[in-house]
Design a protein around this ligand. Sequence first.
Ligand code: URA
Length: 208
Amino acid sequence: MAVTVLTHPLIQHKLTILRDIDTGVKIFREVVGEISMLMCYEAMRDLPLEEIKVMTPVAEANSMALAGKKLALVPILRAGLGMVDGILSLIPSAKVAHIGLYRDPETLQPVEYYCKMPPDIADRDCFILDPMLATGGTAAEAARFLKDAGARSIKLLTILSAPPGVDKMESSHPDVEIITCAVDGHLNNHGYIVPGLGDAGDRIFGTK
Ligand code: URA
């Protein structure tokens, strides 16, 4: 499985803003949107192109256009929602599938409470969106849902990762590429990434 760490200076700078305890909810939410947009730009690097003819004000040109591959964004509720709008501003025609999974605070295992996908999900390139890849339980479960629904092309876009989450995805879904901005050291006893950025959902939605 490929883990792509986005080392671009702009992305690393924005990640530092997200890590900072003094970053308030407004800026945090905006920067999650911006960094998601930049991540999507990288995640789409291998999309197929086709040559088309276009008339410029000067002459006809042979020029490249996306070859019409369809995309589905799959935010894992709730923190994944924070990544949707930034990506939709780049790809407004993408469909959005929702997967509601939460981590049981005792067992840290994923529990499903909502799932709604477009009927043609099997024909789409799927981007699972979750800002944090900690134990990997929810991301692995989301990938399993998508595969059960017929999806064959899946990438995981996660702002911050930890080794257990990467290992979990590698063992359960070696075909799913992980695109992330950093792989941090470890998880603490509550399953939080260390040093991480705290609870992404709470910081996006201002619930703590
Ligand atoms: N989810 C979060 O929001 N933060 C973590 O550090 C781990 C999981």
